[in-house]
Write a protein that binds this ligand. Structure first.
Ligand code: MN3
Length: 209
């Protein structure tokens, strides 16, 4: 058993059609996610971090320039483990669990403000990256922001509640260059709010590193 093992999709490859095709998921899950895991398993050898948690490895490797190559792989491994769970057939829209909806209203301004920020920040991330809804570990506040490449809220002292992959490999087959259309479909038709609520109920991450 390797340290980094990718999770199976929690639905069939064609279950997210027409918003995300089986062809996209076959490439994205079977090829891209697997490649991040394979490289992370190779690069972790001899670093002394082999027994740390994935979260601790991300924080430590992100903080140390000589381990940025490892960070890129582990960050992307982690982001995709959650990404498959952040989507579900017949998902998206405004059916948020109550406690989550209340804080989203208090901190972001409600669903419409969330959607506006999430799609605009995802759309304006230059090049590859992610857009997030996260909790700040110190203040407990909800925030929407984007990050480049494989970076994620964990390395900034925040807890991811929801993330959307805006690398071209996530949408080019289905939307070509129309990233805004992909982001709108993600929010309106794909978000698994039950999984977001599950992470929200757990509260801020506790990182040892
Ligand atoms: Mn990806």
């Amino acid at each position: 058993m390797s340290k980094f093992e990718i999770n199976d999709l929690p639905y069939a490859y064609d279950a997210l059609d027409p918003y995300m095709s089986a062809e996209t998921l076959e490439y994205h899950h079977d090829k891209h996610h697997q490649a991040y895991a394979t490289k992370a398993n190779d690069m972790i050898k001899g670093t002394g971090m082999e027994n740390a948690s994935v979260e601790d490895i991300m924080v430590s490797s992100f903080a140390d320039p000589k381990h940025h190559g490892l960070f890129n792989q582990v960050g992307q491994f982690y982001n995709h483990v959650h990404f498959w769970n952040w989507m579900t057939p017949n998902g998206g829209g405004t059916k948020l669990p109550g406690s989550l909806e209340k804080q989203l209203k208090d901190d972001i301004g409600g669903f419409d403000a969330f959607k506006e920020q999430f799609t605009s920040k995802g759309g304006s991330q230059f090049g590859s990256g992610w857009v997030w809804l996260a909790l700040d570990n110190a203040s407990g506040k909800m925030e929407v922001f984007n990050t480049p490449n494989g970076e994620n809220p964990v390395v900034y002292g925040k807890t991811p509640l929801l993330g959307c992959d805006v690398w071209e490999h996530a949408y080019y087959i289905d939307y070509r260059n129309a990233r805004p259309k992909y982001l709108e479909a993600f929010v309106d038709n794909l978000i698994n709010w039950d999984y977001v609520a599950e992470l929200y109920e757990k509260g801020p991450l506790k990182i040892a590193a």
